[in-house]
Design a protein around this ligand. Structure first.
Ligand code: GLP
Length: 241
């Protein structure tokens, strides 16, 4: 695995955007796996800038997001559908039908999970998967557990994640308790994985993922077995390495 350190979250975002741009230039019809949360925002801002300057064309690309809350209206300010529109989709030339976010409001969530995994396979699999990391080491919404789950599935969020994500909602009671997430197998199937972590609240998760045993208690630790994974960290996130 490769680990690169930067002085600031903005630089991490620039480096991630450069790698995503390189992917799109090499393969304009690339399939990108996208993430939400505060970590990828500088990356998306940089991608938007490159697109506005005419350097980056998304018109042939396809995107699949990692996860979505269950039973949160897509128009809710905290839904990942809305986040992606506001932070990226509305500002670049991705075809709306080429962007995919799991439907957390599907009546049959298990069927939605199978449909989502099939759609990724039909698109040819993910070329480049962008990831953040939870304070508890989660990737997507794959929470600490005694196992790695292969496919897309419904997850019960842990107390730590509900507390971490509470900052986006009015009250903690408003944070959904369940989400749909790509499984670790689906993430590991991506040809290339790019994990970004910034801020000192990620330092312990980053240390466990990189330095401790590969263990589903820190789901990101499995990324070390991926043949093409890059961690982009700011100094605060790398402080315990
Ligand atoms: C969220 C998302 C993850 C994200 C993580 C970190 O719960 N499901 O995909 O990587 O938590 O979020 P942030 O970047 O805001 O710290």
């Amino acid at each position: 695995m490769q680990v690169h350190l930067y002085d600031s979250a903005e630089q991490v975002g620039q480096a991630a955007a450069i790698l995503i741009a390189a992917q799109l230039i090499q393969k304009p019809a690339a399939v990108l796996g996208l993430a939400t949360g505060s970590s990828p925002i500088p990356t998306y801002q940089e991608l938007i800038r490159m697109h506005r300057e005419g350097v980056l064309d998304f018109s042939s690309a396809t995107t699949f997001n990692l996860d979505e809350y269950c039973k949160l209206p897509v128009e809710h300010p905290c839904s990942y559908h809305r986040f992606m529109r506001e932070q990226l989709f509305d500002h670049v030339n991705l075809a709306p039908e080429s962007t995919h976010v799991p439907n957390g409001n599907a009546e049959d969530l298990a069927a939605e999970c199978s449909r989502y995994d099939r759609a990724i396979s039909r698109a040819g699999g993910i070329d480049l998967q962008l990831l953040g990391i939870g304070r508890n080491g989660h990737i997507g919404f794959n929470e600490p557990s005694d196992q790695f789950v292969y496919g897309c599935h419904v997850v019960r969020l842990t107390k730590s994640t509900i507390e971490a994500n509470r900052r986006f909602f009015d009250t903690e009671a408003d944070v959904p308790r369940e989400a749909i997430s790509l499984g670790v197998g689906s993430i590991m199937n991506a040809k290339r994985v790019l994990l970004i972590a910034t801020g000192d609240d990620k330092a312990e998760a980053v240390r466990k993922a990189i330095r401790e045993d590969i263990d589903p208690a820190t789901q990101a630790s499995i990324l070390r077995t991926h043949p093409n994974v890059v961690f982009l960290l700011d100094r605060a996130a790398a402080a315990r390495l």
